[in-house]
Design a protein around this ligand. Structure first.
Ligand code: BGC
Length: 592
């Protein structure tokens, strides 16, 4: 552990002891929390406890796995292969990341989570054409209750159909990605999304609209399944976080662009503005479709599909050096093992894959339980009550949208230096605090009745904390929710694992979209505390159970799990093969 951190922990512990003696419980509690985060950002809390107790726990204290050939891989400290960041790899990753645009554009254009507030479903002309009964009910709804706005199950189901389509299609995408390569899934995703945008832009009835939406969903399922994998495999280990987060950056740009476009098209007289918004989805779809035509496949996938020479050539190109022997032979070893696995779906349930399986289910689940989509989509309601009037949705979209995009850069530049855990823990703490403050500020003004007025100054304070929350998400759970699941699986089940990630993400976005307005109406400001509670749980979960994966070569990630105090016991020594060799427990503790 770093010396400064050690000193800080010791100092905090001393203060804590003094406060406890003086019976100042609140201060002691605050110090305890500070101590917890200081400790957990360096190593897991459990290993700290065991260290304090003098217990030597298997893999508990930052143990390292010695690989064949003497290279050492430990949690957060990777083995380094020769090579540099080439223009070629940078360009391919930028092009592949544009796959995130279609997802982001859809989130922004349709107002997926809260259709009555933003997106095309808030345009009268759109509702008049496809959902006239919704429009008349909406007009008749004169309630001033800030918690219980108009809720239309029909519209919610319509917007959510996309998530269900994405959920199912990601399983098909998993087969395409594994058998034919990552590139073809991306291309397929772009093409299908393109068809969806044409159907939606030209829609003359509800069925055409729903068909179009299902196509959009399938496209997103394919792109979200393959793009994060592609990026994680293409990138050199020490820059994997940065290049992978390009995907989340494109999502945030897509959301922002769509919101601004929507604002403009809503003003088009003649009632066809919604067509423009929906049809413009063809732009991001064309970018990824045409882009992926030119993309090479990843060396990992080339080897997996039996093209070792092409893979070696590709590796030379992407790493910008001829000295790729070591990395190449590790990829071949990973592929040899992957060949032994014929049924990824059956295998993923094996005990040795339990750590990765748990993460790929819980990380997207937690990502949606941060409440990001609720806060982002509830923001315009607040803006209206603050007094922005008709410009509320634009103002809200611009402010939260810009914060979302800009804050994503923070993770791009820090994720490979600070690591995933620190961002998760810092971002989580920031979201927790800001969410609790927003809940309290709203409770003070609207109480449990939902009636009240927010003065402008007060409104700006709420807005400030919403932005603090969005920033916290944008450099933690947003990007890491896509990065971590894509980098933790061994080759043989990576594609299957990523589809679970996508489908869990889509499923919970769908569930939250279905119930959020009802929850707001019943739980009132408590909804913010509800999500804050979840953020607390997930932050503690990360502190205890997620090992650091920064800089570790993707095909050697198994060693990180083996070295973890909890997950280590799920992986037998013989499960770890590197370049065909076994790593024994003696090696495992060689540097502990
Ligand atoms: C999430 C979306 C969210 C977006 C916000 C993504 O990572 O999956 O649900 O709307 O971030 O930027």
């Amino acid at each position: 552990m770093h010396g400064i951190v050690k000193t800080r922990i010791a100092f905090s512990a001393l203060l804590l002891y003094k406060e406890l003696l003086r019976r100042r419980r609140l201060l002691a509690l605050a110090l305890l929390i500070a101590l917890f985060f200081l400790a957990s950002s360096s190593l897991s809390l459990r290993s700290l406890c065991f260290r304090v107790l003098g217990t030597r726990l298997v893999g508990g204290v930052r143990s390292e796995v010695t690989m064949a050939g003497g290279a050492v891989v430990a949690g957060g400290e990777g083995k380094e292969y020769p090579g540099k960041l080439t223009l070629f790899v940078l360009l391919t990753c930028v092009v592949a990341a544009t796959g995130g645009l279609i997802f982001g554009y859809d989130i922004g254009i349709s107002g997926d989570v809260n259709p009555s507030i933003c997106g095309v479903t808030s345009m009268d002309s759109f509702l008049r054409k496809f959902f006239p009964e919704v429009l008349s009910k909406e007009k008749a709804n004169k309630s001033t209750n800030q918690y219980c706005t108009f809720d239309s199950p029909l519209l919610t189901i319509f917007t959510s159909s996309l998530y269900l389509a994405a959920l199912v299609s990601s399983f098909f995408a998993s087969v395409v990605t594994r058998v034919f390569g990552r590139k073809w899934s991306m291309l397929g995703g772009g093409l299908i999304f393109l068809i969806g945008s044409a159907l939606n832009g030209a829609a003359i009835n509800v069925s055409m609209l729903i068909f179009g939406r299902i196509f959009l969903g399938i496209g997103i399922g394919f792109a979200n399944q393959s793009v994060p994998l592609y990026l994680s495999e293409m990138a050199p280990a020490r820059l994997r976080g940065m290049l992978n987060i390009g995907f989340q950056l494109m999502i945030t740009i897509g959301i922002f662009a769509a919101n601004v476009i929507n604002y403009g098209t809503a003003k088009i007289e003649g009632g066809w503005g919604w067509r423009v918004s929906l049809a413009l989805a063809a732009v991001p779809a064309s970018i990824i479709t045409i882009g992926s035509l030119f993309l090479p496949d990843t060396p990992n996938s080339l080897i997996e599909r039996g093209h070792p020479e092409a893979a070696k050539e590709m590796l030379r190109r992407v790493r910008g050096t001829d000295d790729v022997y070591e990395e190449f032979s590790d990829l071949v070893a990973a592929s040899e093992e992957s060949k032994m696995v014929k049924h990824p779906w059956k295998n993923i349930l094996k005990r040795k894959y339990r750590p990765q399986l748990t993460m790929t289910i819980l990380i997207p689940f937690f990502q949606q339980l941060t409440g990001i989509n609720v806060i982002m989509f509830y923001a315009p309601v607040l803006f209206k009550t603050i007094g922005f009037g008709d410009d509320a949705s634009l103002m809200s979209a611009v402010i939260t949208g810009v914060v979302n995009v800009v804050a994503t850069f923070v993770s791009i530049f820090t994720v490979d230096k600070l690591g995933r855990r620190k961002l998760f823990l810092q971002g989580g703490t920031q979201m927790l605090i800001s969410q609790a403050i927003v809940g309290t500020l709203i409770a003070i003004k609207f109480g449990t009745s939902g009636q009240g007025q927010i003065p402008k100054g007060y409104g700006y304070v709420v807005l400030f904390f919403i932005c603090v929350y969005v920033a916290g998400f944008a450099w933690s759970w947003g990007p890491l929710g896509w990065l971590v699941p894509s980098e933790i699986f061994p080759l043989e089940i990576r594609s299957a694992g990523q589809s679970i990630n996508v489908s869990v993400n889509m499923f919970f976005t769908f569930i939250i979209a279905q119930v959020f307005l009802t929850m707001l109406c019943h739980m009132k400001f408590g909804l913010f505390y509800f999500f804050a509670g979840w953020v607390l749980i997930m932050t503690i979960f990360i502190a205890l159970f997620l090992p650091e994966t920064k800089n570790v070569p993707i095909e050697e990630m198994i060693s990180v799990w083996k070295a973890h105090w909890f997950w280590g016991k799920f992986i037998a020594d013989e499960d770890i093969h590197v370049r065909g060799d076994h790593v024994g427990s003696a090696d495992l503790h060689a540097k502990a």
